[in-house]
Design a protein around this ligand. Sequence first.
Ligand SMILES: [Fe+2]
Ligand SMILES: [Fe+2]
Length: 230
Amino acid sequence: MTSRDGPLQSWYDIHEALRNELPRLRAMAGEASVDDAEGLQALSDEVVFFADVLMVHSLSEDGVGFPIMRNRGIEVSPELTQDHHRELMLMYDIRRACLELRYHDDGQDVADALARVRRLLEEAEADLLAHIEAEDGDVIPRAAAALSHDDQMDLVIKMVAHTPAWLGPRLLPWMIANISRDHRVQLLKAWRDAMPPALFETRARVIRDGTEAALWNDLVSEVPDLARLT
Ligand SMILES: [Fe+2]
Ligand SMILES: [Fe+2]
């Protein structure tokens, strides 16, 4: 059993979803045209959502996960916090450029803003991939090795508990859609087996309501308990 098979699985899963999203956003920005107002709006919306998810995720580590680990004597490098600061400033600049894209409606030339979105997304991708690799390869395995099964569960519950209510309904379906089929099936089965039924059903409903039918039906075929949801 690796640390991926334990209670910390969802920590790996959010990383997998973040990793997968950046190349998609980069491709979207690459294909966007300065004359396509709808496409620019869609790009801006997706980038802003990603930035919100990254902010909430980084805070869950810096404000919850890392302090709990340090209190238990598990070393967590302060460099990870410096990474978060740098990445969030990058996302700030990307969001700023995204807002400028909207001035397309006023007939303004947004070519420079779009070029900045493209360049900064590339920069953010390289930065974030190295950062996530350090967390997946070092921080999470050390938490898994040092904490009991119940303490790992407690850590994850506390880390996700502060997710803002306005972000939750979109975040969970987004994460499920952006991880591999094996990992999403594994996660739903782990939740089914570990959570009180009412909590499992609440989470499953959030996923169902924000997920395309084909993906949801595929999930139900692997986790038949989901078919009983009302
Ligand atoms: Fe992080
Ligand atoms: Fe992380």
